[in-house]
Ligand binder design. Structure first.
Ligand SMILES: CC(C)(COP(=O)(O)OP(=O)(O)OC[C@H]1O[C@@H](n2cnc3c(N)ncnc32)[C@H](O)[C@@H]1OP(=O)(O)O)[C@@H](O)C(=O)NCCC(=O)NCCS
Length: 161
């Protein structure tokens, strides 16, 4: 059973384990694979973010956050990030987080969501976001130094709420 709830302070070590395994691949996020727990926990749980964890049968296997993409007059556009533990991929956690984030973003008053950086070769993510209503609205050439493939483009994806 998948349950998604607001993250608490005591979830930080479990969230770090997920972040650590995701960024170690150097294939989906810009964070340096050797980023420290302190750096990444501070980033993931920074004050402006609404952070959630996903439990699969009681174990934390996913995390996501929502925040404004821009301050002030751009703050009605949301932004989000999602990570699922490599051990728990393909079990529906990502889809459930994507769906919940859309509901939560509406509840928080956002009018749309923009993803600033979806690595083009991350096909599972691109397809998942498209399947929940996001469109590719831009492509940034050579935005990402993929650990295996080198220079890779990134998409900007967007969905109205
Ligand atoms: C992208 C990510 C969040 C998806 O999470 P997930 O829990 O694996 O996703 P789900 O199990 O809900 O699967 C989503 C869809 O992808 C498909 N999928 C998942 N793994 C797959 C695989 N290895 N090969 C082919 N399709 C796959 C599923 O079939 C599913 O489609 P469906 O619902 O139509 O059947 C997760 O893989 C992840 O954390 N990746 C690393 C970080 C990342 O890329 N974050 C997003 C950055 S934009």
């Amino acid at each position: 059973m998948i349950e998604i709830r607001t993250a608490a302070n005591h979830d930080k070590p479990a969230v770090w384990q997920i972040i650590k395994s995701v960024i170690s691949g150097g294939d989906t996020y810009v964070f340096a694979p050797d980023s420290t727990e302190e750096e990444m926990t501070a980033y993931w749980f920074s004050a402006e973010k609404h952070v959630y964890v996903a439990e699969l049968d009681g174990e934390i296997v996913g995390t996501m956050w929502l925040k404004s993409n821009q301050p002030g007059l751009g703050s009605h556009v949301g932004n989000a990030a999602y990570m699922v533990s490599p051990n728990a991929k393909g079990k529906g956690v990502g889809r459930k987080m994507a769906e919940l984030s859309i509901k939560e973003a509406r509840r928080l008053g956002f009018k749309s969501i923009q993803f600033n950086f979806v690595v083009k070769s991350n096909e599972i993510a691109v397809k998942l976001w498209q399947s929940v209503g996001f469109q590719i609205i831009g492509e940034i050439p050579n935005a990402f130094r993929h650990a295996k493939n080198g220079m890779t483009n990134a998409y900007i994806m967007y969905r109205k709420l």
